[in-house]
Design a protein around this ligand. Structure first.
Ligand code: COA
Length: 180
């Protein structure tokens, strides 16, 4: 049984940060390596803290059998921020004009490997985007047939730029008109 809850930045306390770092480490690193553990710690103490201060920050966390099993978050992307400015130079001008600036920037959806394939990412996604005030959302991920591409393509996201960042594609989702 999995439940998904939205969190405010104030709810990101020490216990929750530890649980999120654990999911990050299991998904992106190797627990045996000090470098991976440092990377996961850096994610919660630096990256996530910085992002949580941005306007439009929204985070959802899934709990399965009493343990944090995944998370997803984003914020309002604006010109002047690193990714929006980088995107403005990397993507075709018509895409930048239409999509970049005041979009919802979906930074990541991550599920602990031991809980994958059970629809948890789908639940996190739907909780994260439902009722967003922005009229567009953007993210970058590999457009292969893996779980991430399946997750997003199946939920209305379209590839805007196939290779915007190495093998990663820029995906966009039109939000206006979606039910709240
Ligand atoms: C991508 C990720 C979040 C998916 O989590 P999950 O809980 O296993 O995904 P779900 O069970 O909700 O499945 C989502 C979709 O992917 C499909 N899928 C799941 N595992 C898959 C796999 N190994 N290969 C291909 N498709 C797969 C599912 O069938 C589902 O498709 P559907 O909506 O058409 O039914 C997870 O693999 C992960 O954390 N990856 C590392 C982080 C990452 O890459 N995040 C996305 C970048 S923004």
């Amino acid at each position: 049984m999995t439940t998904v809850n939205a969190l405010t930045p104030k709810q990101l306390d020490a216990g929750l940060r530890t649980a999120l770092a654990k999911v990050y480490l299991a998904a992106y690193g190797d627990e045996a390596l000090a470098e991976s553990r440092h990377d996961a710690e850096n994610f919660v103490s630096s990256t996530l803290s910085r992002h949580a201060r941005r306007s439009g920050f929204r985070m959802v966390v899934s709990t399965t059998a009493g343990q944090v099993s995944g998370y997803g978050y984003g914020f309002t992307g604006k010109h002047g921020q690193f990714w929006s400015d980088w995107l403005s130079s990397a993507a075709p001008p018509d895409i930048v004009e239409t999509w970049v600036g005041n979009h919802f920037e979906l930074v990541d959806i991550v599920v602990d490997p031991t809980h994958r394939g059970q629809g948890i990412a789908g639940l996190l996604h739907d909780h994260l985007v439902t009722g967003l005030p922005q009229d567009r959302a953007l993210l970058a991920t590999t457009p292969d047939n893996g779980a991430a591409a399946r997750l997003y393509r199946g939920r209305g996201w379209q590839v805007l730029v196939p290779e915007v960042d190495g093998a990663k594609a820029l995906f966009g989702l039109e939000l206006s008109g979606r039910p709240a």
